[in-house]
Design a protein around this ligand. Sequence first.
Ligand SMILES: O=C(NCc1ccccc1)Nc1ccc2c(c1)[B-](O)(O)OC2
Ligand SMILES: [Zn+2]
Length: 262
Amino acid sequence: MTGNHWGYGKEDGPSLWHRNYPVAQGSRQSPIDIIPHQAAHDHSLDAIILNYDHCTSINISNNGHSVVVEFDDSDDRSVIRGGPLDNAYRLKQFHFHWGGKGCHGSEHTVAGMSYASELHLVHWNAVKYKNFSEAATAPDGLVVLGIFLETGDDHRWLHVITDALYMVKYKGSLTDFKGFNPKCLLPSSLHYWTYLGSLTTPPLHESVTWIILKEPISVSEKQLGKFRMLLFTGEEEDQRIRMENNFRPPQPLKGRKVRSSN
Ligand SMILES: O=C(NCc1ccccc1)Nc1ccc2c(c1)[B-](O)(O)OC2
Ligand SMILES: [Zn+2]
């Protein structure tokens, strides 16, 4: 693994990230294996509140690690609050992690079981920090809402995203993607687990309060297959490497407590 380049392959994958990012072996790394009956039921945990109504997606892009939908985070129009949070956190982007054909690709696991994919909705603390970069290095800087995807029926709204993937096939590609509201990707229940962790990709900053929804959403194998037509590689590169298995395996809990909403 040369320079700060990293990936999910044999030569640059998660087991090697510690060489350039020593925090990879830190005390609050993510993802983790969530063991439901060991999670503490905390009755002081309120429901989470998602105010995504004036949501303004801007673009969709392939950053060589995942497909990302970015939002206008210049004001508090789309925020998450409540639950374990002391204030509102602003929606910045969402992206996915997924597996290869037929095998699983979530980052968090539940009692050792992984899902086909995992959606991350990334929010930052605009009350305490002046921008995302500054928040991303602070212990209370980020909140990521994690949603599991399981294969089953077609998801009625996911096609809006999968229909756009051909436009961002190559690393470094970006295209307009306006008016998408991720509220349509939520499961019916907002029951969750929460714990203190990190980014699951370099720079692996230990700045994330994770809120993982217990109920997965259903997407079809066909819809998931469209994510696998994306490439890790750029248009100008000789190699065309299919974007799949872009997930980090569970990391040591190191004494952390996972709390469960009611
Ligand atoms: O934002 C990221 N990088 C760019 C960056 C910019 C400025 C400072 C630091 C980092 N990465 C990142 C953000 C959020 C999540 C992840 C990765 B995830 O763990 O995949 O799911 C949640
Ligand atoms: Zn992620």
